[in-house]
Design a protein around this ligand. Structure first.
Ligand code: NAP
Ligand code: GCO
Length: 270
């Protein structure tokens, strides 16, 4: 076996990426499949699931199981874990808590119900899914959990109070899972993507009526030293690192994959 095979291969591993019919989750799951893992994904509806199956098939990925399962529904998640173990013949080795939503509403106009819903999907969801797979990982004395955090795990901005609260919380849940279960050779890390071109951020990149780029699009490109939006592919290498043996002593860390946003004070005037 080569160094790369020993350290970065996911052969024989079962990886569950939540909400991975498209977008960042699909990008990460595709990389894991190429590295040899069997893939499990879930989505909220049969329609999204079918779209996901087609996307995996189009990418030549065939070792895939998909389930309709809402990550906020603890009973459904527990049933899904049982079904995964039955269908795949092993428990989950790698979990990526990717499923997430955002609501862009000024805080004083946001209802408590909307705030709760974002916290439910983006923070309670990862707790529920991680809680469901941890016993299998503890039994094997091995496991990897990757929580998809955000720039908003560190920064605030207008209109995203619930999202920032959830993603900040997810960063601390990451550290706490590491603290509580590191002794079982379980590594729980986060990835903090910068601004990535997916359906979630499509409204921020919409062309204006006069054909010019959305002001937020221009703002993000100016704020990113790489001077571009990221893509789901940009997250593949970092996710593979955190899912593989190469990162066995990396724990409780959030790896920001942001083209340099967090390092940058912003464009100088003039
Ligand atoms: P996306 O394009 O909106 O995809 C999100 C996925 O999560 C969809 O498949 C969605 O399914 C699924 N999902 C939502 N709620 C769910 C639930 N309750 N149960 C199961 N699945 C659910 O988002 P994305 O941009 O790929 O983002 C993926 C993750 O990265 C999110 O956690 C997001 O917050 C985070 N992130 C994104 C960016 C970015 O710039 N795009 C940056 C940092 C972090 P449906 O089709 O049913 O809605
Ligand atoms: C927003 C965006 C962000 C990104 C991402 C940044 O409205 O500001 O949607 O929150 O999606 O999470 O890392």
């Amino acid at each position: 076996m080569s160094y790369l095979e020993d350290n970065f291969s996911l052969k024989g591993k079962l990886a569950w990426v939540t909400g991975a019919s498209y977008g960042i989750g699909f990008g990460i799951a595709s990389a894991f499949a190429k590295a040899g893992a069997s893939i499990v994904f879930n989505d909220r509806s049969q329609e999204a699931l079918e779209k996901g199956f087609k996307a995996y098939a189009d990418a030549g990925i065939t070792d895939v199981h998909g389930y309709v399962c809402d990550v906020t529904d603890e009973e459904a998640v527990n049933a899904c874990v049982k079904q995964i173990e039955k269908d795949c013949g092993r428990s989950v080795d790698i979990l990526v808590n990717n499923a997430g939503i955002i609501k862009r509403i000024p805080m004083i106009e946001m209802s408590a119900a909307d705030f709760r819903q974002v916290i439910d999907v983006d923070l309670n969801g990862p707790f529920i899914v991680a809680k469901a797979v941890l016993p299998g990982m503890i039994k094997k004395n091995e496991g990897k959990i990757i929580n998809i955090c955000s720039m908003m795990s560190e920064l605030g901005r207008e209109t995203v109070s619930a999202y920032a609260a959830a993603k900040g919380g997810l960063k601390m849940l990451t550290r706490n899972i590491c603290s509580e279960y590191g002794k079982y050779n379980i590594q729980c890390n986060g990835i903090g993507p910068g601004y990535i071109a997916t359906p979630q951020t499509a409204p921020l990149r919409e062309r204006q009526a006069d054909g010019s780029r959305h002001p937020f699009d221009q703002f993000i490109v100016a704020k990113t030293p790489a001077e571009r939006w990221g893509t789901p592919e940009d997250l593949q290498g970092p996710a593979l690192f955190l899912a593989s043996h190469a990162s066995d002593f990396v724990n409780g860390h959030v790896l920001y994959v942001d083209g340099g946003i967090l390092a940058y004070i912003g464009k100088q005037p003039g």
